[in-house]
Design a protein around this ligand. Sequence first.
Ligand code: KIV
Length: 288
Amino acid sequence: MSGRLTIRQLLKKAEQGGKLTMLTAYDYPTAQLVDEAGIDMILVGDSLGMVVLGYEDTLPVTMDDMVRHTQAVVRGAKKAFIVADLPFLSYQTSIEEAVKNGGRLLKEGGAQAVKLEGGLSMVPTIQRLVDSGIPVMGHIGLTPQAVNQLGGFAIQGRQAQDAKRIIEEAKAIEKAGAFSIVLEGIPWQLAKLVTENLTIPTVGIGAGPNCSGQVLVLHDTLGLFDRFTPKFVKQYANLREVIGKALAQYRQDVESGSFPTLEHSFAMKEEQLQLLGGMQDEDPQDSR
Ligand code: KIV
């Protein structure tokens, strides 16, 4: 029996008024760190494409990318509940594809649940995934896989009509069987309303303080991503600066000869050194 948190335990924490904590991770060492910090859930997000693989957006991320990185995270984290993102066009094309790919993230990747983006059109897909034994986390509001349709990473639901649609989407996703929903990039009042209208927990990112939990992209949190920092990010460390200084020191040490020293080197025993000296004196022709 694994020591991982379960959906039941997460729901119980939220029911009792505890805030759910979630961060992304994409590899073994960061998964270990997030897990050791006692974070409830790790999201192997398709933000992988931007913060690790260097793409402009999340669209190029493949199922193979997601499976490989989920495996590494699962090896690193022993306690956290692990959710893996279904990447762009791995679930929108048909329900069968969604089940096949969702299944891969659990069977091959080792995740406990999948996350997918979208509203009402995703309801039948969520139902089938859940019926197949694949727990689903929904994701509405600013959905990065729809960046081209949304015309950028813009805040959603500012107009009453759009806000109403988002509330309806959240209710339908809950009814379809999702165990939780990410609310991204929506006004805090709307996130509060959505949360109050659901029985399953909401996990906010750029959605204010009234969600049942919070998720952030690890590289934003640690100051490792320099292209842009959204307003909703709180940076807890500037690791680019720390790592940059360490690497500059390494270059300086190697160039100046102050690293490596004998302290970082291996020695040969004296008698072996003498033997080696003798061997060097031998004429290679004689040893034939
Ligand atoms: O991919 C991701 O990191 C996400 C979060 C922004 C919620 O979906």
